[in-house]
Design a protein around this ligand. Structure first.
Ligand code: CP
Ligand code: NVA
Length: 305
């Protein structure tokens, strides 16, 4: 049995297998040929944090696959009142066929998975957001960026760590520009650099957004204030001065570069209104691909039990 906790655990071949499955499932849906790959299966959906895209895409996705999703907010289940993770895992996973979790701690997610009888999917932790990256990969390919040169501009957070893993596994060029003091976790970047040696990925780090974006074919960013960092907002806005992805910065990228953002986006902070709404922005294709990519992840995990 496999879990989907981080792309670190997946080979290039497996990532591409899931990607191809996602394209197939998307095509089937668009042509009205929805196949019940997970008939009568249940997906437990544990949320300790807010969500729009992840909740809607998983819940719709499992339904389209012939199953049903159970929305389990930590405000409503006993986990939120202190029931241990290991007890929650052993109870829920005796009843459902798969679980997705959005929580703070990657360590706690891994603990849950270690007690689980069924595949567990990371739907965002403080360290990684791997399901988002599968949608981002689909979107890049749909827009002709099979061999992208990716510039990530902003906070060294769960999205950056996930970009590092995707690029390192698939052999992409990734340039990460973060302000001083907001660099990525070096434990994760060192792991990514090890994978990069095998795949040939070129991964570089800078504190200069212009350097990262020059001639890039994909430009991406994420919020400067992730969930749980609300109290740091004022300081972060000061510290991220000069890191907005605006038309001046985008002008340095390749002419046909695309702009990605996992969303939610904060206009005027990490990205300008013009870029977000501009013709290079493919953010809503990216958001839609969450549905298709996650259906593929669920079907793949179900097939590998
Ligand atoms: N990108 C993303 O995961 O969005 P939500 O927080 O709305 O799920
Ligand atoms: N880095 C953001 C991503 C939201 C989808 C957060 O963790 O809040």
């Amino acid at each position: 049995m496999r879990h989907f906790l981080t792309l670190k655990d997946y080979t290039k071949e497996e990532i591409l297998e899931i990607l191809n499955l996602a394209f197939k499932i998307k095509k089937e849906l668009k042509s009205g040929d929805m196949k019940p790959y997970m008939k009568q299966k249940t997906l437990g959906m544990i949320f300790e944090k807010s969500s729009t895209r992840t909740r809607v895409s998983f819940e719709t996705g499992i339904y389209q696959l012939g199953g049903v999703g159970l929305f389990l907010s930590s405000n409503d289940i006993q986990l939120g009142r202190g029931e241990p993770v290991k007890d929650t895992a052993r109870v829920i996973t005796r009843m459902v066929d798969m679980v997705m979790i959005r929580n703070d701690s990657q360590r706690e997610l891994e603990e849950f998975a270690s007690y689980s009888n069924v595949p567990v999917i990371n739907a965002l932790t403080d360290e990684f957001h791997p399901v988002q990256l599968m949608a981002d990969l689909m979107t890049m390919i749909e827009h002709g960026k099979e061999n992208p040169v990716i510039a990530y501009v902003g906070d060294g957070n769960n999205m950056t760590h996930s970009w590092l893993m995707l690029s390192a596994k698939l052999g992409f060029e990734l340039r990460v520009a973060t302000p001083k003091g907001y660099e990525v976790d070096t434990k994760i970047s060192n792991q990514a650099l090890e994978f990069a040696k095998l795949s040939g990925a070129k991964i570089t780090f800078t504190n200069n957004p212009k350097e990262a974006v020059k001639n890039a074919t994909v430009v991406t960013t994420d919020t400067w204030v992730s969930m749980g960092q609300e109290e740091e907002k004022a300081n972060r806005i000061k510290d991220f001065d000069g890191f907005i992805v605006d038309t001046n910065l985008m002008a340095l990228a390749e002419e046909k570069a695309i702009f990605l953002h996992c969303l939610p986006a904060y206009r005027g902070l990490e990205v300008s209104e013009e870029v977000l709404e501009g013709k290079q922005s493919v953010i809503f294709d990216e958001a839609e691909n969450r549905l298709h990519a996650q259906k593929a992840i669920m079907v793949w995990l179900d097939e590998h039990r």
